[in-house]
Ligand binder design. Structure first.
Ligand code: NAD
Ligand code: ZN
Length: 381
């Protein structure tokens, strides 16, 4: 089969690979119809995630058709069209029993924090991902769900991560009616977080980024008030000014370890602070929220990022909540919103590319070229 293959930082290729096989009676093999590239894939692409091994295939957002199932799989059969949450999870360990699917203990027992994620390095279990013609899906009775016949495939794809995570980011903000919510980052996750904040009763939603075309999307898709941080000496001073000098009630970091250009130049914390990169966003979230407010962090951070104002967070009595999104927990409510037409997830998809063009798609998405917001990979035929 053809598959995206990682060859080192900033180097991805499309190569021939063996079709994955059933390795465990609970496995399914899925023929991928749609896959997406996520902001999280950029952390891998930039060489930031430890133990990202050359030869592995990325892709944790995918929708496809069941090709084969292992002998103990009960709920799926070949031909079923499924959406697969980005977490690999067993559904029955201590953590899964508490809905903490992103912390499943059985899929990645060596890890101290994260569970399993498709196509997300050996730190996250070493599972190959769905930016390929086929992908192995463990615990096939647990994660995948048949795409409802009323749901568009691209909408289902957005639900496998970006939309669920944006919604989760808003949830972690513990928004109460009338709150002012500021979202840092107008990528897919930030756009969905901003949209979701309204569902939770926000009275005002502010989105901050420096890419004007994405801020435009935040206005049209999420009806947010937007500010370009590049236009202000200090965006936080401005944010305070427009929030009665208090700050926002809730701040959502939907940026994470942003690394524009050559990440390897950014290795010191001091440099990172100066680069307009992501620890800046987390610190902005802490600075920009009012005392007693809540900071929700869904932007992803790798181990070298420690320039976080934890002292300030503590002294301000903030609630910091964070996790990798337990995707499936978000689905019942989101399915309703999509079905009712409150939300059209694929409104943010900007590029549809064939598998063979994955390298170009990574470059475009990483460098934010051609007004790219969300590129997706469409299988041939
Ligand atoms: P993206 O790269 O498309 O978007 C990030 C946006 O942040 C860009 O528009 C960029 O211009 C903007 N930005 C950079 N620095 C900023 C700053 N200081 N202030 C405000 N905006 C800034 O990525 P995405 O797909 O939207 O993902 C966003 C983050 O969420 C990534 O870190 C990703 O790894 C993470 N993520 C986490 C989970 C989870 O489960 N927690 C799931 C999916 C994605
Ligand atoms: Zn993702």
């Amino acid at each position: 089969m053809r598959a995206m293959v990682y060859r080192g930082p900033y180097r991805v290729r499309v190569e021939e690979k063996d079709i994955p096989r059933i390795e465990h009676p609970n496995d399914a093999i899925v023929r991928v119809e749609l896959a997406a590239i996520c902001g999280s894939d950029l952390h891998l692409y930039h060489g930031m995630m430890p133990d990202t091994r050359v030869g592995t295939t990325f892709g944790h957002e995918f929708v496809g058709v069941v090709h084969e199932v292992g002998p103990s799989v009960q709920s799926l059969k070949p031909g079923d069209r499924v959406m697969v949450p980005f977490n690999v999870f067993c559904g029955s360990c201590f953590f899964c029993a508490r809905g903490l699917y992103s912390n499943c203990h059985n899929v990645n027992p060596n890890a101290t924090a994260v569970g399993g994620i498709y196509g997300y390095s050996h730190t996250c279990g070493g599972y190959d991902g769905g930016q390929a013609e086929f992908v192995r899906v463990p615990f096939a009775d647990v994660g995948p769900t048949i795409v409802p016949d009323w749901m568009d495939g691209e909408d289902a794809l957005m639900l496998t991560d970006a939309l669920a995570t944006g919604y989760f980011g808003a949830q972690l903000g513990d928004i109460v009616e009338g709150d002012t919510v500021v979202v840092f980052g107008a990528g897919p996750v930030g756009l969905y977080a901003a949209k979701s904040a309204w569902f939770m009763g926000a009275g005002r939603v502010i989105v901050i980024d420096h890419l004007e075309y994405r801020l435009e999307k935040a206005r049209t898709f999420a009806h947010a008030e937007t500010y370009n941080f590049a236009e202000y000496d200090d965006i936080i001073v401005h944010l305070k000014k427009i929030t009665g000098h208090l700050g926002a009630d809730v701040a959502i970091d939907a940026v994470g370890a942003e690394a524009d250009g050559n990440f390897l130049q950014h290795v010191t914390a001091a440099k990172l602070k100066m680069q307009g990169g992501s620890p800046v966003a987390l610190n902005w979230a802490i600075d920009g929220v009012r005392k007693g407010g809540t900071v929700s962090v869904v932007g992803a951070y790798g181990p070298i990022f420690s320039a976080v104002k934890f002292g300030d967070a503590l002294n301000k009595g903030l609630t910091l909540r964070m996790n990798q999104c337990p995707v499936k927990r978000q689905w019942p409510r989101l399915f309703e919103h999509v079905r009712n037409g409150y939300l059209k997830p694929n409104d943010i998809v900007t590029h549809r590319v064939p598998l063979e063009h994955i390298p170009e798609a990574y470059h475009m998405f990483s460098s934010k070229l051609d007004r790219c917001i969300k590129p997706i990979i469409v299988a041939d035929g």
